[in-house]
Design a protein around this ligand. Sequence first.
Ligand SMILES: [Mn+2]
Length: 319
Amino acid sequence: MQYDVFNGDADGIIALLQLQLYNPTNSVKITGVKRDIALLKRVDVKAGDTIRVLDISMEKNLEALNNALVMGADVFYVDHHRTGDIPKSDNLKAYIDLDANTCTSLIISKLLDNEFHLWAITAAYGDNLFAKADEEADKLGLTLQQKQQLKAFGTYINYNSYGNDVSDLHYPPTELFEMLLAYSSPFDVINKVDSVYHKLSTAYDYDMEKSRAAEVLFDSKVAKVILLEDAAWSRRVSGVLGNDLANQSPSKAHAVISYNNEGGYTVSVRAPLLNKQGADIVCSHFKTGGGRTAAAGINHLDRSELSEFIRVLSDYYTS
Ligand SMILES: [Mn+2]
């Protein structure tokens, strides 16, 4: 069996999209909402299976990875999140780059000689790597309008991945992937009336408009924390809103807090754009926290831990 295990966000979907456009193969798709990253353990591994793993932290999948390798599967692993100790095995091909200015789709694009680079640029925008995406777009001579379109598209696909579970999302990630697979260029989707690009655009504007009234829990020179109401739209905007705020105030760290199903909070942290480090350290301070230096999150923060979280965040970026 072949399995494609991928994050449900723009970077994960587009990483797989490039591989499947380049060389279409039948595979079982395993994915979920953005925060659902312990995905590899869902594969019922048999000897001889081929498993591609895209844009999910190896550290969070290490046990399942070791198990897959012991079972005799071939694993192709591409990512830019924390790895832990990478297993040594002839059956593992790992392409990991922890550079804060790259993403899984850009790593894949390089492996495919930039064959679908417009898609990779879309993913880079989706992962909030605006400067890097602009740089790659300029190499291709894209116009300002084209860059804005790809930025919007990446943002919409990324936005679609946030929720407590797939029922919060407008499109289940596998469905969105299948819809995009018909297009070798993102501009073909953008230029098509009524395409998924336009549907997501409308939904995004609607949700973001609601977020303008969110409660500010903390605001200082170094950090801002906001709390969203308990609703599906809040869970959908929680990540993109952090990016949006980060772009508005690039010297501040931002945390967007929303309610989860377990009676606590889900936290999304963005390091200051001008100092892209520490988001993972702040989040790793809490049991279910993790992520990248520039963007990280906590899946479950107890309500009693809220003030401690604000203190840790504020202290980290004050010193
Ligand atoms: Mn990514």
